[in-house]
Write a protein that binds this ligand. Structure first.
Ligand SMILES: Cc1cc2nc3c(=O)[nH]c(=O)nc-3n(C[C@H](O)[C@H](O)[C@H](O)COP(=O)(O)OP(=O)(O)OC[C@H]3O[C@@H](n4cnc5c(N)ncnc54)[C@H](O)[C@@H]3O)c2cc1C
Length: 467
């Protein structure tokens, strides 16, 4: 189609799922328009340029993506007034890409001959006094490998049987010694849920497959997440697609149970297929819920996301032993849902070659998991902040004498929909013909970015089979 208001596919949102879908579908010859409500690409995988970022833009973007800054050092005003973020790239959240070199992202970009420069890391474990790196020693692995291989590499039929088995039961059955702590920590870190009763064993082992395939389980794109989004935008444009910023979709047009277009700035754009990447819980803010079965509306509205407290620490010195490494920790009896809380402290971004901090500064990123409700509770957040700081001090006791500034964003929609036993993610297909959902809210392999990217890959197959 060549009319400027018509296209084959309208995608709502230029986050990682919308951009991946845009790249894959334009390659297949579809005409694609991506409408992004904000002035920037990337969605929740967004890089902020500290040189030009104003406090107002920072606050606005954080609130758009369900985040705020409950704590900082010095105050947020001072950080901006003193221009302390100059030379930094701040990714909106903390995004360790599960799978590193073998991540889905890498394999998608390889299709376009667009390799990304990714830092990769082993994971270590923070103890009361010091740390273990790697998390599992060679002798741990030798002892655990037969069990791990059996569990992680079981076929899909076994995984399906394990889908409704909570991790609590699996840990009781298999978890002794190092195996117990491995299952406790990794299942929480991967799902961003602390409550082992609601984490699905099947989902966890599926997600761990990718982590154990590569030698380094997590990765971080050099120069931040923007490099990924921009690569996708370049591919889309090269293939004749459009990414239109500052263009919130105010309505999905649905006639006779079929999506036929979208409304943006009061103008109608018609298309054969509408793809939404927005948080599914918000779907009915731009579509008429009466057009959907009541049960579906009820189901979508009650889906829950995941939450967390993140930290960015700017330090003027780092213990060289820590540089480039990623550490997990578990804090017992914290008094939050799941009782114990897991977190991560990452020094990949502290490497000079990460390109995220000015010379002689180091950016350390961290997060601790909690529920969306806990991420809005100041008392709980105070406790979680203390735990993040304590774990950083365990790695580097003198870290706070080297602190230039710290920002602690709280987030109550880290993952769009928590992948738990009770919260089954919705399908990509919806009850409305030609309306599809993709992103980290829908049923696709992996969690977070991996889920978002995989859902875009699945959409490509679905569109081919539905046409
Ligand atoms: C603090 C934080 C930390 C995280 N850490 C990790 C991590 O370490 N590893 C990991 O894998 N994942 C992590 N995630 C999750 C990861 O960011 C998401 O899974 C991923 O970015 C989701 O991409 P998406 O395309 O599905 O959705 P989004 O990024 O939310 O994209 C949706 C886009 O749609 C746009 N939009 C919404 N409504 C409209 C409308 N009406 N019209 C037009 N545009 C609209 C939004 O502005 C947005 O750009 C983290 C998330 C956060 C917030």
């Amino acid at each position: 189609m060549i009319d400027g208001k018509k296209s084959d596919i309208c995608i709502i949102g230029a986050g990682i799922s919308g951009l991946t879908a845009g790249a894959l579908l334009t390659k297949k010859g579809y005409t694609v328009k991506i409408f992004e409500g904000e002035s920037v690409i990337g969605g929740r995988a967004l890089s902020l340029n500290g040189d030009t970022l104003s406090m107002e833009t920072h606050t606005k973007l954080l609130s758009r993506y369900n985040m705020n800054i409950p704590f900082s050092d010095p105050s947020v005003e001072s950080i901006f007034n003193k221009k302390l973020l100059k030379g930094y790239t701040l990714d909106l959240g903390f995004h360790a890409v599960g799978g590193g070199a073998v991540s889905t992202l890498r394999s998608v970009l390889a299709q376009f001959d667009e390799p990304i420069d990714m830092l990769e890391s082993n994971t270590g474990f923070i103890k009361e006094n010091g740390f273990d790196i790697p998390f599992l020693s060679r002798s741990d692995k030798i002892r655990m490998i037969p069990q791990i291989v059996r569990l992680v590499f079981s076929g899909e039929s076994t995984m399906k049987k394990l889908d409704n088995v909570p991790m609590t039961e699996t840990i009781k059955k298999y978890g002794k010694g190092k195996m117990k702590i491995t299952l406790e920590v990794f299942s929480r870190a991967i799902s961003t849920v602390n409550d082992l009763d609601s984490i699905s064993t099947g989902e966890m082992f599926r997600a761990q497959k990718i982590l154990v395939k590569g030698s380094k389980p997590v990765g971080y794109p050099k120069n931040g997440l923007h490099s990924i989004s921009q690569t996708f935008v370049d591919i889309i444009k090269r293939n004749g697609g459009e990414v239109i910023l500052n263009s919130p979709v105010s309505k999905i047009i649905i006639n006779n149970n079929e999506a036929t277009g979208v409304i943006v700035h009061n103008e109608e754009y018609s298309c054969k297929t509408v793809v939404s990447t927005m948080l599914v819980q918000h779907l009915f803010t731009i579509s008429d819920e009466k057009q959907f079965p009541a049960k579906y509306v009820q189901y979508i509205k009650t889906l829950k996301g995941t939450g967390g407290l993140c930290a960015y620490y700017s330090l003027d010195r780092i213990n060289p032993q820590l540089l480039g490494k990623t550490f997990l920790f578990i804090e017992r009896d914290v008094g939050i849902e799941g009782n114990d809380a897991v977190g991560m402290i990452d020094f990949m971004t502290a490497l000079p070659q990460s390109g995220l901090a000015p010379p002689s500064h180091h950016l350390v990123q961290a997060y601790i998991i909690c529920t969306p409700a806990e991420a809005r509770n100041k008392k709980i957040l105070e406790k979680l902040k203390e735990l993040l700081d304590t774990n950083l001090k365990r790695l580097m006791p003198d870290c706070f004498s080297h602190l230039r500034w710290a920002l602690y964003p709280a987030v109550w929609h880290l993952d769009g929909v928590a992948k738990t036993i009770n919260d089954i993610k919705p399908d990509i297909r919806t009850p409305i013909k030609n309306l599809y959902l993709i992103g980290d809210c829908v049923k696709a392999p992996g969690i977070g970015m991996n889920c978002a990217i995989n859902s875009a890959i699945m959409l490509e197959d679905i569109l081919q089979s539905d046409s």
